[in-house]
Design a protein around this ligand. Structure first.
Ligand code: SAH
Length: 355
């Protein structure tokens, strides 16, 4: 039985499902889920992420974390944490770049939040020279100063979608016509969680709500406020999202999100305002939302690219130049991807970011 058959049967028996339930089944179904069953990253996979494009990304993030650790007085034990580490490439680059920072590795308890058994296995191979610990939920993080990074994690969290009708909302639902999955709309309901959005939307607008974000951010921010540390959240999205951003990608092409459930990556843009407000409510300071290109330039990516380029020629040099452009140029990932930093109110923001 395919995931599509399974979902059609579920819809026949229980009625249409929310977009969040659909995303959750597609991404994390224990047998058929997209992440549970495969390694989707890289040129041979479905999509490529910044750490997979170039080692420069993880190196600069690593130095940024280590500099924040030094700035906060080099606490003797910290959680060095990553959410959704993919192949483990970002954490491996962070660890390589910081290996000569005295005391940093000794202090760090490497902690990885990962839902996919297939990717946990790959991470354990990539990080075989270290001793990471995997956790299943955010509140399993140790009670220590927290130095955390999340790249392309929050976009994978399931969202619900609501269409405005007057001052009520109709939820967008996934139903079935017997053989294929279709989008439909639920009945008109009041949505107290969306009351703020009545002032910046009009009839017919669609808004998205990710209910997992605020509790997760609240926990992360609470740890940073209580124990110290920083968090860097890197993803595509904007300060406040409006419109349908649900997207399916397969073999580097955008495809219909309902076409082959479980076979394509499903994501939505991150609403960074929700993250920032949840952090603030937990007493944490947050930085200006900063384009990835600006962040990496401030951390010195061009100098790093020059020194990596020095011994290279031919196609290797071309690959490096293309990677630098891809990560930083406003027409590529430089502007679409944004960085939000969290830090204790009495400390400096992470390097490359401003209050
Ligand atoms: N950060 C990596 C991979 C991004 S892909 C990179 O930049 O290359 C998204 C990652 O988040 C995958 O590792 C996926 O398995 C994980 N993931 C998705 N939803 C998750 C959830 N709800 N809980 C934990 N991990 C999740």
């Amino acid at each position: 039985m395919t995931l599509k058959d399974h979902l059609l049967r579920r819809i026949r028996e229980h009625g249409p499902m929310t977009v969040a339930d659909y995303m959750n089944a597609c991404l994390l179904h224990p047998i058929h889920g997209y992440y549970t069953t495969r390694d989707p990253l890289g040129a041979q996979g479905d999509f490529i992420t910044a750490p997979e494009i170039s080692q420069m990304f993880g190196e600069l993030v690593g130095l940024c974390l280590a500099q924040s650790w030094i700035g906060q007085g080099q606490p003797a034990r910290i959680a060095l944490a990553e959410l959704g580490p993919g192949r483990g490439t970002l954490m491996a680059d962070i660890l390589r770049a910081t290996r000569n920072v005295p005391g940093f590795h000794d202090a760090a308890e490497i902690t990885l939040l990962e839902a996919s058994p297939a990717l946990r296995h790959i991470q354990s191979e990539t990080l075989r020279d270290h001793t990471p610990r995997w956790i299943d939920a955010i509140d399993d993080l140790p009670d220590l100063p927290l130095f955390l990074v999340a790249n392309e994690f929050f976009d994978a969290l399931p969202i619900r979608q609501f269409l405005r009708e007057g001052s009520s909302w109709r939820e967008r639902l996934v139903g079935g016509d017997g053989t294929s999955l279709t989008f439909g709309l639920g009945p008109q309901t009041a949505q107290p969680a969306l009351s703020e959005r009545l002032s910046d939307t009009q009839d017919g607008d669609l808004v998205e709500l990710c209910s997992a974000t605020a509790p997760m951010l609240g926990f992360i921010a609470g740890q940073i406020t209580r124990h110290g540390g920083v968090a860097m959240i890197i993803d595509y999205g904007d300060w406040r999202s409006l419109g349908d951003t649900l997207q399916a990608v397969r073999s580097h092409e955008v495809t219909d999100p309902l076409k082959d459930p479980g076979q394509a990556d499903l994501t939505a843009h991150v609403d960074f305002e929700t993250l920032a407000l949840a952090a603030k409510a937990a007493g944490c300071a947050y930085t200006k939302l900063t384009p990835q290109g600006v962040f990496l330039e401030r951390l010195g990516i061009t100098g790093r690219a020059r020194s990596l380029a020095a011994p290279l020629g031919g196609s290797q040099l071309e690959t490096l130049v293309a990677a630098h452009r891809r990560l930083t140029h406003p027409d590529e990932m430089g502007n679409l991807f944004k960085v939000l930093g969290l830090y204790p109110p009495n400390a400096a923001p992470p390097p490359g970011l401003e209050p």
